[in-house]
Design a binder for this molecule. Structure first.
Ligand SMILES: [Zn+2]
Length: 228
């Protein structure tokens, strides 16, 4: 009697495992999604299908792209500016074809293409990455090794600051000082006392002026935690 109960239990167990396997319970992330994200772009023209935010989008072939050299406001920490940045890209790019120039490091750990985009205008080709910064919709971000157009993007940021466009129009609560923390590949601007500022201060530089901090080292965008 006892052994029959055990056989019954074992059979039920096998059936459950078989059912879960059949329904994909043990499979990893959806493989179709994964292969879509990993489409590697060449130096070619592609059509934009969807704008994710002020610095990322998707092409009609499913490839995801992160515009390099810039950092757009984030939907969680700065929703108003994030929405404006996204709308700006939607108006300029949705359904349009752009030329892709893969960056020195062409893909990130999320499977997104890291790239510069060029859009045709009556005056010639425009670097979209710099245009987003020039119009005050994103910050310059010097992020190694993708620094091919850092000088042009920084020039665009200085112009946007001078004209107080977009993100430079409404300045957040002033701090007496700002700290730019350098990582091996990039740097970020913080307010004093931010918990994201590590204890090691040997890689941190102090600034009195907000714009000077944000412009330091080729572009050090604001921390999303302390929003300097
Ligand atoms: Zn911070």
């Amino acid at each position: 009697m006892k052994s029959r109960v055990n056989i019954k239990k074992a059979l039920i167990g096998i059936l459950i495992v078989a059912f879960l396997a059949a329904t994909g319970y043990f499979a990893g992330p959806n493989p179709t999604t994964r292969s879509r994200q990993n489409i590697r772009l060449a130096q070619e023209t592609y059509t934009i299908q969807y704008i994710t935010d002020g610095d990322s989008l998707r092409f009609s072939n499913g490839a995801e792209v992160r515009l390099v050299g810039i950092d757009a406001p984030d939907f969680n920490s700065d929703p108003e500016n994030a929405k404006r940045a996204r709308s700006f890209l939607v108006k300029m790019l949705k359904g349009k074809s752009v030329l892709v120039m893969p960056a020195a490091e062409p893909m990130d750990k999320y499977g997104r293409n890291l790239a510069y985009l060029y859009i045709e205008s009556p005056k010639g080709k425009n670097l979209v990455n710099a245009l987003v910064v020039r119009t005050g919709h994103a910050y310059a971000w010097h992020y190694k090794p993708n620094t091919e157009h850092s000088a042009e993007i920084m020039k665009a940021q200085i112009e946007a600051q001078r004209e107080r466009r977009g993100i430079w129009g409404k300045i957040p609560r002033k701090s007496s000082e700002y700290f730019v923390q350098r990582n091996g590949r990039f740097s970020i601007t913080h307010r004093p006392g931010c918990k994201k500022l590590g204890k090691k201060r040997n890689n941190t530089v102090r600034f009195k002026n907000r714009n000077e901090a944000l412009n330091a080292f080729g572009g050090s965008p604001p921390c999303r935690h302390c929003l300097p």
